[in-house]
Structure formats: structure tokens, C-alpha cells
Design a protein around this ligand. Structure first.
Ligand code: MN
Length: 448
């Protein structure tokens, strides 16, 4: 059975990375399933810092769910072009009629010996041979493999999407194909019928449920489950799935609750990562998204994480939380394009497609120096993604206030309840949550 991947949203934040890592761990630990944590994009500076501090590896990168040739590659045994045909014969017997022929000097494939290519060979070699009446099988099997090898077999790179070449596969007269790596070296063989019906990638989505925020080609995956704490988007599936969306401050909270329900305790580093996800999403429990369940979860995670002789020994929730927020904060150390692209979510509502990015700072005064560059970056983002308007929410995590920078906003945005400042930005006092405060306000205006 193929593995299941647990994956968060694109432009992953710490909660997405933490909940994917934690939930994959729980499913392996509790059920013994082959479950792998994945991420749908590059790590942000905050998550990079946290993983390094905890000594954890980042989840594997998975940018899309469209099946690739590697997923249907059979690594069949091979022989060399100069070896006697009897070597290929032995392989044919074990593989159900396919013997890959590979150049021993460089590992590149020469072609395949199949039932059909053998038949052609016999027709050519034995059929025209002057002693054909008295030839013995043993004699024929001494001939070099290259004589019976079909060298016109199509080759596909293991990493390319099957979907991209499906028309060629349909037209192809061959039933088997060679699979090679990016250097053209032999990896294995696949059959036409497997390529026309490849297994779907099995996914569990955490920390998101809208197709627009999922990895590419999510519609080609088999969704197993969704575990989230955001508004509902319209994801559709072919079969029933486990679907849990709950009103808590972080998906890490939901994962902690599942770990507790299973009667397990997370190892210290994993508990530290889940705690970081929780503290970053709730801005150390100060965001209005914070619930009593988050507070309880943070205590439990702290108990598992702040133990002697581990990376977080001696910390407490406040001290660790401030470090987590500081690691994600700041405009001066990052380039504007990165600030706008790191924590970016794209929405589709009321006929508008728009993006809201969020950046966290510890002091809003630093915004002045970067305002023009951030506007340019927002406009570039709008053009490159074909959006109607773009917005950056710069949140002061100390004073609980955000400044909004909008680019190409529709006139209806004049009704936003946040006073416009002399520099054109808007001051949203007390607004720190994109999900619970800003987005509902914007959707309310657009969907009238
Ligand atoms: Mn989250």
C-alpha cells in the first residue's frame, strides 16, 4: 500500500508544519500506518528557526498531487546488451515477459526484450538461417541480447506528470515503457495500463480545507481526512471522508487533543513544535481566536516540552512564545517580495479574486521605511497571479493592532471600518486575526 501524506496549506506557516508533523506521528504511533508528514512549499523564517532549535527535520516537500511516473515504476532486474540471450530469458521468466537491457558502462537503458521483440528476433535470425532446420534452442540463447532488444521503447523521466504525456501514451503502439532518472539512467519499467490508471496520491489535509489553499492538482488526489480550524471552502470528494473542523486557535490544538485521546504523549521536540504552532497562530494566546481548549492544550504541551536535558529546558509558555513570535517578526531583514509571499492566502468571493498576506512585527513604526517597496511587491503579486486586488496585513504582535496596505482595491473597500491614515494605509485597532477578524469583514463587503 502506498504511503499517506499529511499536508498543510501552501505558503505554510508554523501551525501547518507542526500539525502535519504531529498528526503523521500520531497515526504512525497509534495505528502503525505508513504516514509521512509533508509541506506544500518553502518554510518561513519562523518555522525554520523553530525546527532548528528543536533539532527536527522539515517535512518532505510535495508541491502537487498529480501522479508521476515514479509512482508506477517497477524496478525490474536487468541484463547487458552483450550478455547471452539466456540471461534475458531467465529475467523474462520471473517478470512475466519483460527484460530491460541496460548498458553496464553508464547505466542508461538500451531497450527492452519482450515477447514481441523475441518473436521478431526469431523470425529474423532463425527464419533466414541456412541451418534453421537443425538449430537448437541452446545455440539461439547464446546470441547477444542486443540482437533481440527493442530499442525504440519510449522513455519517460520518473519525475514528470503522467497527465502531461497521456495523449502520447494513448497513441503509442508499445505497451511497456522505460523509466529513467533526470540523467537518463535506468530506473525501471511501467506498463501502459498502469499509466492510464495511476494510483491517486493519498492525502490528509490539515490546517486548511479550501482547494485554493491546497497543493497543486489536489483534485487528482484521494482525500482521506481533513482536520482544520478555518471557514469552510468548497472542497468536494468522491467518497465519504473524516472531516473535522473545529473552532479553536490552532490545528496543533486539535492534534494535541487527538494525541491525548489516544492515551499517548508526544516526545519533547514534537511537543515543542506543536506548542510553537499553537502559540504562533494565537499570538501567544492573545488573539481573539484563542479558546479555553487552546489554553489547556498549551499547558499540556508545555509539560511535555519543557523538560530537563531537552532543547526547551527552562522555558515557559510566555518566554517560548515571545521567542517564537520574534522569529517570525520583522520587515527589515526580509525582502518585500518574500514578506508579501510568505504567509499568503488567496480567496475567491463575490466575483473578486484577491490575496491577503500577513506579516508580524514587534513595532509598527518600521513600516514607514518599507511602505513603498511593499506596495510594489503587492502590485507585482497582483499582476503575476492575475488577482483583482492584494492586501498586506502588518500585525503588531505586541500592541495588538494591524495596518492594512491595499493595492487596486475595489471602491467597496472604502466601507472598511478601519480609519485611513495619511500614508494611505488603514489602522485596524485590535485586529490581529486574518481568519476571524479581517476576512469576515472583507467577505461581508464583497458578498453583498
Ligand atoms: Mn492554523
Amino acid at each position: 500500500m502506498a504511503p499517506i501524506y499529511v499536508i498543510g496549506h501552501v505558503n505554510p506557516d508554523t501551525d501547518s508544519i507542526a500539525s502535519a508533523t504531529g498528526y503523521a506521528w500520531l497515526l504512525r504511533e497509534r495505528d502503525g500506518d505508513d504516514v509521512i508528514a509533508a509541506r506544500a512549499g518553502a518554510l518561513n523564517p519562523q518555522t525554520t528557526w523553530i525546527l532548528k532549535q528543536l533539532g527536527l527535520e522539515p517535512p518532505v516537500l510535495l508541491t502537487d498531487a498529480s501522479p508521476r511516473f515514479i509512482s508506477i515504476t517497477r524496478r525490474l532486474d536487468t541484463t547487458a546488451p552483450e550478455n547471452p540471450l539466456r540471461d534475458a530469458w531467465a529475467i523474462l521468466n520471473r517478470t512475466g515477459g519483460i527484460a530491460p537491457i541496460v548498458h553496464p558502462e553508464d547505466g542508461s537503458p538500451a531497450g527492452l526484450i519482450t515477447g514481441l521483440s523475441l518473436f521478431d528476433f526469431f523470425t529474423r535470425y532463425v527464419g533466414s538461417h541456412p541451418r534453421r532446420q537443425e538449430m537448437r534452442i541452446a545455440e539461439v540463447l547464446d546470441v547477444a541480447c542486443r540482437e533481440a532488444c527493442d530499442t525504440r521503447v519510449p522513455r519517460f523521466q520518473a519525475n514528470i506528470h503522467i497527465r502531461d504525456v497521456v495523449n502520447r501514451i494513448l497513441r503509442e503502439e508499445h505497451n511497456e515503457f522505460l523509466i529513467v532518472d533526470e540523467k537518463g539512467l535506468y530506473l525501471g519499467v511501467t506498463r501502459q495500463r498502469d499509466a492510464l490508471n495511476p494510483p491517486r496520491l493519498r492525502l490528509i489535509l490539515v490546517d486548511h480545507n479550501e482547494p485554493g489553499q491546497a497543493l497543486g492538482a489536489v483534485e487528482e488526489a484521494e482525500l482521506i481526512e481533513i482536520l482544520d480550524h478555518h471557514r469552510l471552502g468548497n472542497m468536494s470528494t468522491h467518497t465519504p471522508i473524516r472531516f473535522s473542523v473545529d473552532i479553536v486557535g490552532s490545528t496543533s490544538t486539535l492534534v494535541l487533543e487527538r494525541i491525548e485521546e489516544a492515551g499517548l504523549s508526544a516526545p519533547p521536540a514534537l511537543a515543542g513544535l506543536l506548542l510553537a504552532g499553537l502559540l504562533s497562530d494565537t499570538l501567544v494566546m492573545s488573539s481573539p481566536t484563542t479558546t479555553d481548549r487552546d489554553r489547556r492544550a498549551s499547558e499540556r504541551l508545555g509539560r511535555w516540552a519543557f523538560v530537563k536535558n531537552t532543547p526547551l529546558a527552562g522555558e515557559n509558555i510566555q518566554s517560548y512564545g515571545q521567542q517564537v513570535l520574534r522569529a517570525g517578526a520583522g520587515l527589515s531583514t526580509r525582502d518585500p517580495q518574500e514578506i508579501v509571499g510568505t504567509d499568503l492566502k488567496i480567496y475567491d468571493s463575490g466575483g473578486y479574486q484577491f490575496a491577503i498576506s500577513q506579516a508580524e512585527v514587534t513595532d509598527l513604526r518600521q513600516l514607514d521605511d518599507h511602505l513603498e517597496a511593499l506596495k510594489t511587491a503587492l502590485d507585482n503579486l497582483r499582476l503575476s497571479r492575475g488577482l483583482d486586488f492584494t492586501m498586506l496585513m502588518v500585525t503588531d504582535v505586541v500592541d495588538n493592532v494591524s495596518r492594512l496596505i491595499l493595492v487596486n482595491e475595489p471602491p467597496i473597500m472604502d466601507d472598511l471600518p478601519y480609519p485611513r491614515q495619511p500614508d494611505g494605509t488603514r489602522m485596524a485597532t485590535g485586529v490581529v486575526s486574518r481568519k476571524k477578524q479581517l476576512l469576515p469583514t472583507i467577505l461581508g463587503l464583497l458578498e453583498v
